[in-house]
Design a protein around this ligand. Structure first.
Ligand SMILES: C[S@@+](CC[C@H](N)C(=O)[O-])C[C@H]1O[C@@H](n2cnc3c(N)ncnc32)[C@H](O)[C@@H]1O
Length: 292
């Protein structure tokens, strides 16, 4: 369901207007206004760490992800079996495309928790997969289901290495970005979108899922100062980055580069931590963009 524009605010007290403004981007979320306000108060109080460290973490992002995969190998992420439910385009049959194959790319593929389940279920699909961590690509290639006729994995920094070095211009039906843009500093996001656009067919779809503003992970970062690099950008203990998005920010980013928005909305999940007896509010952003 597409997000509806908010109704114009008239005759409101300044306090009411501020409250409404705070809630505007979050209309589709079922998280309560009180929880959101609480989250915003914590985040607003947090301060960025010293510029030296900010630059260091941004410059060493690829190295830190590579270390992450050397340490965790394939143990960290679970297979993304929900992808076909949320992005039904992956169920398409060859009759839907002229070539008989659905040509796809996963950017920031990690160790393949998305590509292998999808390849297994749809025999008509060819999947390129790239990541800037060489160790992740090595693990993808070692996977028992990695077959050269069905997939091709390669190392690529989305923000600076042209995807067209490996993939023909304008050749892809579908691209997915699953929790990847959150690992990229905001000033490099446009370059990543332009790079992806070059390899997509007109009418091709980009499937996007990532962390949303006021997610419990963001509140946790801001509750323990020393992690904030920039507005809504944080560094984890292992040096990897995590950026939290609003629907407006992501929609603007893609529309500015010539995509149209088919869907862009918040997804709210309550996770119960039984050991600590607490309920955690996870907020994600899910979107589909079409290349013109
Ligand atoms: C949170 S993991 C998600 C992995 C995978 N998409 C999944 O859902 O299991 C983020 C991935 O993005 C990759 N990544 C981050 N920045 C990148 C960039 N500039 N170019 C390519 N890959 C990048 C990281 O190496 C990491 O594998």
């Amino acid at each position: 369901m597409a997000e509806q524009p908010p109704a114009p605010a008239t005759d409101l007290s300044p306090m009411e207007a501020r409250r409404l403004k705070l809630l505007q981007p979050l209309q589709l979320s079922i998280i309560s206004p009180e929880k959101l306000e609480h989250a915003q108060q914590i985040i607003e109080k947090d301060k960025a760490i010293k510029p030296f460290w900010v630059n260091k973490y941004k410059n060493e992002a690829a190295k830190n992800w590579d270390r992450f995969y050397k340490r965790n190998e394939t143990r960290f992420y679970k297979d993304r079996h929900w992808i076909e439910r949320e992005f039904t385009i992956y169920k398409q049959q060859p009759t839907d495309t002229k070539s008989g194959t659905l040509n796809c790319l996963e950017v920031g593929c990690g160790v393949g928790n998305f590509i292998f389940p999808v390849l297994e279920r749809n025999p008509h699909l060819f999947m390129y997969a790239c990541d800037f961590a060489p160790q992740a690509i090595e693990l993808v290639k070692q996977h028992e289901s990695y077959k050269s006729g069905r997939c091709s994995a390669f190392v690529c920094d989305l923000t600076k290495d042209p995807l067209t070095d490996t993939i023909p211009v304008g050749s892809l039906d579908v691209v997915s970005s699953i929790f990847v843009f959150s690992a990229i500093p905001v000033e490099k996001l446009e370059a990543a979108v332009r790079n992806i656009k070059e390899v997509m067919k007109p009418g091709g779809m980009l499937c996007f899922r990532d962390y949303a503003l006021y997610d419990a992970a963001q509140v946790k970062f801001s509750s323990n100062p020393g992690h904030m690099l920039d507005t809504n950008l944080y560094v984890r203990q292992d040096g990897t980055l995590s950026l939290f998005f609003s629907t407006e920010q992501i929609r603007d980013l893609f529309e500015k580069e010539g995509f149209t928005t088919a869907e862009c909305e918040y997804v709210h999940r309550e996770t119960i931590n039984r050991a600590m007896d607490i309920c955690i509010d996870r907020r994600f952003l899910q979107a589909k963009f079409i290349k013109q």
